[in-house]
Design a protein around this ligand. Structure first.
Ligand code: FES
Length: 224
């Protein structure tokens, strides 16, 4: 700050006070900008890497029963009556799938950046992958096959019904988590207990299933 040698003492005091006020405002501005940058960065990081289900407990019980998913067990064949069936619980980030081998639960956390993929009955359109490639995934009879799976709303990754990625930036399949039958014939899903984890490029379909006839899992974990 330049000093005017001809200024009066009162003038010099006023000049000094104005300089102090300017410095204070600059300091406040800098602190504000810094705070906004830090806060914004944290929010962007939370968006890019969301927690699996916020602070929700890892275990949850389904609203639907074993019989509502399977149609009940045929006493002759010991198989489900419903054929294949899918129930998505998007708020819990899980889809429960019934195929001819049994029941499994896919954790809906996109392996790209963690968004929640949506279940759909036609995930091949526009991907360049033929329907019959998608149809062949999962364990199901020819008349039960459709090109279903999941599509991620964030950057377009797509997954077959066995959760294998086939399109977009997702580097690997989505994981499967534990699902068991409760004493009152619902299901309990444990999102903290993985039963199938596959690495990039691994197209092996997991064989883990909750069996329909015994209501117990077959223990065939993969990659855990
Ligand atoms: S987060 Fe799913 S494609 Fe990017």
């Amino acid at each position: 700050m330049a000093v005017n040698p001809y200024d009066t003492p009162r003038g010099r005091l006023r000049t000094r006070a104005e300089a102090t006020r300017r410095q204070f405002l600059m300091l406040m501005g800098t602190v504000g900008a810094l705070g906004a940058t830090v806060f914004g960065s944290i929010e962007i990081l939370k968006f890019m890497f969301p927690e699996v289900t916020g602070n929700a407990p890892a275990q949850f019980k389904t609203d639907f029963t074993f019989d509502e998913l399977t149609g009940g067990v045929d006493p002759q064949t010991k198989q489900a009556r419903a054929g294949v069936a899918v129930k998505s619980i998007t708020s819990k980030r899980v889809t429960v799938v019934l195929d001819d081998a049994g029941i499994y639960a896919v954790l809906l956390v996109c392996t790209h950046l963690g968004c929640t993929p949506n279940y759909g009955t036609d995930v091949t359109t526009g991907s360049g992958v033929k329907d019959d490639v998608a149809d062949a995934r999962g364990v199901r009879k020819p008349n039960e096959r459709i090109p279903n799976g999941w599509a991620c709303p964030c950057h377009g990754s797509r997954y077959f019904i066995d959760s294998t990625n086939f399109y977009g930036p997702a580097p690997r399949p989505m994981d499967w988590v534990d699902i068991q039958v409760t004493p009152d014939n619902h299901f309990v899903v444990d999102r903290s207990k993985y039963v199938a984890i596959r690495q990039p490029g691994d197209q092996t379909p997991p064989h883990w299933r909750l069996r329909v006839d015994t209501k117990k899992d077959n223990g065939k974990t993969l990659g855990v």
